[in-house]
Design a protein around this ligand. Structure first.
Ligand code: PLP
Length: 385
């Protein structure tokens, strides 16, 4: 596996035992076994500072935002808008007007793609699970309006050459929408350095609560787009004759937002940066390489997705065993992995597979977790072999 382009040059060390103490759920037993949680790509666990920030907000500061002059409403508004500024800083957006709070990546993508009536052209992947760049480039043309892709594939772990792909999109006059759901917990994302037009991600995959996420959009693009939902906060004035829409970002945030979620998201960003995103990425990369080497030694296992640049995700199958049956045996051993098509059915079809099992790594995983996965796989092989 080649060096991870997400990693910089800083020496990176993570005190994993200390990190694990921040995640009380990891002490859970499952079927009488210690939990080995390898499903963070689906949803990561919450860090105590995140849980405490949400609790503190709910206990001391909650009221509705933006519409009140009373003290609690002002406190809630300050917390919510403070979280927006925290997000801006985290991804280095130029302005808080470019930070739209959404429920998650799904909603972020829908908000942008609702605006198009485009026909779809699909970029090809190769057997390693990479997008061959020259071929991708040839698919772009003068009629290409929007190029949409994941920063890191959730099904295969491939890290895409995002900056080059964005530049190629721009060279054809298209805008680029990047799904950063799997990237933000594992890499430093700078939307301006990348040149992203739209970039979206979910809180719950980066140690924050569910139901909160972000759509970043360049201000001039968001300003030119119509609102996508009607309701409180997105309207400036309304009469039966004429409605005028609110400024950015409120134009895209109809109704009462997920205030405590935004507070939790901001706390998760503090937490991630406190650990050091490069340190996290280096740690996860070591685990990914260890697990890849262990599974490669097992003849009954086939690793799916062998890109030169991968992050935090290891998809695989066991010969003659359906992924769901495999997942059930692993669960009985206390090992939580995801099984299925990972919302990426065309990718599964390409590999001729109905499903894979997927182990994914986060800041709190250890070499012991990899050892547990390997021994649970051996056990599954005994059961089905
Ligand atoms: C790459 C990617 N995009 C989008 C999503 C959907 O995210 P959410 O369910 O938080 O909207 C996921 C979730 O698994 C994902 O991994």
């Amino acid at each position: 596996m080649a060096a991870n382009p997400l990693l910089g040059t800083k020496p990176a060390v993570l005190d994993v035992e200390a990190v694990r103490r921040d995640f009380p759920i990891l002490a859970t037993s499952v079927h009488g076994r210690p939990l080995t949680y390898l499903d963070s790509a689906a949803s990561s666990q919450r860090a105590l500072p995140v849980i405490r920030a949400v609790e503190s907000y709910e206990t001391h500061s909650h009221a509705n935002v933006h519409r009140g002059v009373h003290a609690l409403s002002q406190a809630a508004t300050a917390a919510f808008e403070g979280a927006r500024e925290r997000v801006r800083r985290f991804i280095n957006a130029a302005s808080v007007k470019e930070i739209i709070f959404v429920r998650g990546t799904t909603e972020g993508i829908n908000l942008v793609c609702e605006q198009t009536g485009a026909s779809l052209r699909v970029a090809r992947i190769n057997r390693r699970g990479e997008v061959p760049f020259e071929e991708f480039q040839r698919q772009l043309g003068p009629r290409t309006r929007l190029v949409a892709f994941a920063h890191i594939s959730n099904a295969l772990g491939t890290v895409l050459p995002v900056k080059r792909m964005i530049e190629a999109a721009h060279a054809h006059g298209a805008v680029a929408l990047i799904d950063g759901a799997q990237a933000v917990p594992h890499s430093q994302v700078d939307v301006r350095a990348l040149g992203a037009d739209f970039y979206t991600f979910s809180g719950h995959k980066m140690y924050a609560p569910t139901g909160i996420g972000v759509l970043y959009g360049r201000e001039e693009l968001l300003a030119a787009m119509p609102p996508w939902q009607g309701g409180g906060d997105m309207i400036l004035t309304v009469s039966f004759e004429k409605t005028t829409y609110n400024e950015l970002p409120a134009k895209f945030e109809a109704g009462t937002p997920n205030i405590s979620g935004a507070v939790g998201l901001a706390a998760a960003m503090d937490y991630l940066e406190g650990l050091g995103i490069e340190a996290i990425a280096a740690h996860e990369q070591r685990l990914l390489e260890l697990a890849t080497a262990e599974l490669a030694r097992m003849p009954e296992i086939e690793i799916v997705g062998t890109a030169a640049h991968k992050a935090a995700v290891l998809s695989f199958t066991m010969k003659g065993v359906h992924a769901h049956d495999l997942g059930t045996i692993l669960d009985a051993e206390g090992v939580a992995v995801r099984t299925g098509h990972h919302c990426a059915m065309p990718v599964m079809t390409f590999f001729g597979l109905p499903a894979t099992a997927r182990a994914s790594f986060a800041c709190y995983n250890t070499e012991e977790d990899v050892a547990q996965l390997t021994s649970a796989l051996k056990r599954a092989h005994e059961v089905f072999g």
